[in-house]
Ligand binder design. Structure first.
Ligand SMILES: NCc1[nH]cc(CCC(=O)O)c1CC(=O)O
Length: 290
């Protein structure tokens, strides 16, 4: 067998595709090749993502390629996957989740807690911006887009004191050394699905059972609970939504943030993990009651 993995061109996307490729190799003794695709989200870098069509832009061109028969599967960061996929596609597996936390990175080695007043910190995410503002209202947030590597280059070019990024991407790129602080995910709530990969395939794929074999049940239900929360809140691109689910035995705990009338609200919920979709929904209802 030789699987064709359709992927974005960025280094992180390719590393993630290789990770899933290696899983296919070790589990099924299969070969794989990467099909590199330039997506609209990667081409337009001078506008906020929300203004050009949102996160679906990273995956649409990949789906078109698979529809044309060029790609048996795609590997995505779950946090870039919109709730509704085009008809005929589905997320068939979520492998074991990496670190879901957000981190502060600095090239000069400065600790987040020791940043001077008015320090300049890069991020383009509303979710990260509002949580940073809560911790440190004096910090100046500088919008920054592009893939992880171009963003890191911009720290130097734009003379920033640092930047907020996802731990998972940095670890996968072997850039752990620039991580200065890990934010506690129950405090500084990550994006829905952060740190998890999703394997997307066409519903009629002849290889469905192979892909399903790469699923990690615990990771999957945590990510699905977070997505259920997100869907209920119907987060358009300008709303702030974040959630993080964890398991303890047969119980699931979810913490979520959402902006209600300009105010950032955080709530949590706990219940039997088998009711993971309902837990996500209930947390959304709880947060909207405010
Ligand atoms: N928005 C881009 C994006 N999509 C996934 C990751 C990191 C990897 C992950 O969360 O699985 C990143 C970079 C970042 O936010 O730092």
């Amino acid at each position: 067998m030789n699987f064709k993995i359709a992927t974005r061109r960025s280094k992180l996307a390719q590393v993630q595709a290789d990770m899933v490729g290696s899983m296919l190799k070790s589990k099924y003794n299969a070969e794989y090749e990467k099909i590199l695709i330039e997506t609209t989200g990667d081409k337009i870098l001078d506008k906020p993502l929300e203004d050009i069509g949102g996160k679906g832009l990273f995956i649409k061109d990949i789906e078109i390629s698979m529809m044309e028969g060029n790609g048996d599967l795609a590997v995505h960061s779950m946090k870039d996957v919109p709730y509704d996929l085009p008809e005929g596609f589905e997320i068939v597996a979520v492998p074991q989740r990496e670190d879901a936390r957000d981190v502060f990175v600095s090239l000069s080695g400065v600790d987040f807690n020791l940043l001077p007043k008015g320090a300049k910190v890069g991020t383009s995410s509303n979710r990260r911006t509002s949580q940073i503002k809560q911790l440190r209202p004096d910090i100046e947030i500088v919008p920054i887009r592009g893939n992880v590597q171009t963003r890191i280059e911009k720290i130097k070019r734009d003379n920033l004191d640092g930047m907020i990024l996802a731990a998972a991407g940095l670890k996968r790129l072997d850039l752990e050394s620039i991580i200065m602080n890990y934010f506690d995910p129950n405090d500084f709530v990550p994006a829905v699905g952060q740190g998890a990969l999703g394997i997307e395939a066409k519903c009629d794929s002849p290889y469905m059972e192979y892909f399903k074999g790469l699923n990690h049940y615990e990771s999957r239900i945590c990510v699905e609970a977070e997505r259920s929360f997100m869907r209920k809140l119907n987060g358009d691109c300008h709303t702030i939504v974040g959630a993080y689910a964890t398991l303890e035995g047969s119980y699931m705990h979810i913490v979520g943030i959402f902006n209600v009338e300009g105010k950032l609200v955080k709530k949590d919920i706990e219940g039997k993990s088998e009711n993971y979709m309902e837990l996500g929904l209930k947390l959304a209802e709880k947060i909207m009651e405010v």
